[in-house]
Ligand binder design. Structure first.
Ligand SMILES: Cc1ncc(COP(=O)(O)O)c(C=O)c1O
Length: 409
């Protein structure tokens, strides 16, 4: 039985009060909280076997290496990667995307080529491609967003035919709308037209069961801190064949086979893409987070969030002055709610809610073009996770009423 109340007990930061009120933490899409199990695993590394990995021939270093590589295997299993060699550790999802745009992109994108993204992208899956397109005089095209807050696949098909893009890179779940994209279908269509496919999994891997073999994408990027793990650790999954064909992203220690004064040969994957001392404690922490999520069962996580989405939709429907962005189709919607309250700027709303112990996000949500397309300058956003309770959504709705009263709207 999935019991969010019981789960919450594992999260020390959720036990605190904020401004004397119980904390309703509704900003997990920005960064989740971490359970004791993750904190303990990281602490154990520092206290019990602190050493660098892949180097020392002594007990601590061997233990650290074992735990570090053990975490890689756990993460590979979590997303059903055929090999842990396909798991590359980065600083975050953003760096994983930049790895692809710099390494694969600079060798494969040439003048006049098309890079196809969607109108729903986080800046992380937009700006790196803008930089590459500028450098290479390549073209950027976008799968449009339909009126139903989903990607328009008919237009996508047309764009594939018209531009024969070299790569299609898109989000698995929108961080603004909560829309779950039909990633497998988008990947297949990209492949059928001869393009490489990349999924930004920052908002999908933490919330949905992920099977990279079923998904079929060449690349999948995600961040540890949005899935109960620490900050400072991200993952790029790439198919071995394509990773083997790519040049390194960063150079330095650990990523080499042999170095001479004027030349070097590079290590095999994944190490070719992991220059320098890696984030050891963070990798171990992410391994513990993956253990935790695996124990809960990702299908159960999804079901829990679906229930919360249904509850929130019903709750918000009864409120006046609210504009909700996103589909009502529960099968295509994750636990992310962007909205505006008439007459109240989202920043003001977030400040008032903070006084009520409710933490939400407000602004352009690192997706400025999408928020503008919605006809807004900024929005407020509430997002849910494994520890979110219906009571917190009630607390949010009460906060709305307080804000409306304060603003006389
Ligand atoms: C859809 C999406 N992609 C990418 C990112 C970037 O993640 P990070 O800042 O951890 O690199 C985010 C973070 O909010 C996101 O929501």
């Amino acid at each position: 039985m999935f019991d969010a109340k019981k789960i919450r007990k594992d999260f020390p930061a959720l036990q605190k009060k904020v401004h004397g009120k119980p904390l309703a933490f509704l900003d997990s899409a920005a960064s989740s909280q971490r359970p004791t199990q993750v904190l303990d695993a990281m602490r154990a590394y520092f206290e019990e076997y602190n050493a660098n990995v892949h180097r020392g021939i002594y007990e601590y270093s061997e233990m650290a290496t074992q735990k570090y590589e053990g975490a890689r295997r756990k993460i590979a299993k979590f997303i059903n990667s055929p090999s842990e060699k396909e798991i590359i550790f980065t600083k975050n999802c953003t760096e994983a995307i930049n790895l692809v745009s710099n390494s694969w992109g600079r060798s494969n994108i040439h003048k006049g080529d098309t890079i196809l993204l969607s109108q729903m992208e986080h800046h992380s899956n937009l700006v790196p491609w803008q930089m590459l397109a500028k450098e290479k005089s390549a073209r950027l095209e976008f799968i449009p967003l339909g009126d139903d807050f989903k990607l328009d696949l008919h237009e996508y098909e047309k764009l594939l035919h018209r531009h024969s893009p070299k790569i299609v890179s898109f989000t698995g779940v929108s961080n603004v709308l909560g829309t779950i994209t039909p990633a497998k279908q988008i990947v297949k269509m990209a492949h059928d037209s001869g393009a490489v496919a990349m999924v930004d999994g920052a908002q999908s891997v933490p919330h949905l069961p992920t099977d990279v073999q079923q998904l079929g994408a060449d690349f999948l990027a995600f961040s540890g801190h949005k899935m109960l793990g620490p900050t400072g650790i991200g993952v790029l999954h790439g198919k071995a064949e394509i990773l083997n064909s790519m040049p390194p992203f960063l150079g330095g220690g650990d990523m080499i086979k042999n170095v001479e004064f004027r030349e070097a040969t590079y290590a095999d994957i994944p190490y070719k893409f992991e220059a320098g001392t890696p984030p050891i404690a963070e990798v171990i922490g992410l391994g513990a987070a993956v253990d935790y999520l695996h124990k809960l069962g990702m299908q159960h996580v999804r079901e829990h969030e679906k229930k919360l989405v249904r509850y929130a939709l019903e709750k918000f429907d009864g409120l006046s002055g609210i504009t909700l962005y996103g589909t009502r189709d529960l099968s295509s919607r994750g636990g992310v709610f962007s909205f505006n309250l008439k007459g109240i700027h989202p920043h003001d709303l977030a400040s008032i809610l903070d006084q009520e112990g409710v933490a939400i996000r407000a602004g352009h949500l690192c997706a400025q073009p999408l928020v503008q397309k919605l006809g807004a300058v900024a929005t407020a956003r509430a997002s849910f996770y494994v520890y979110t309770l219906e009571e917190e959504i009630d607390q949010l709705a009460l906060g709305f009423q307080k804000a409306q009263k304060a603003f006389g709207v």
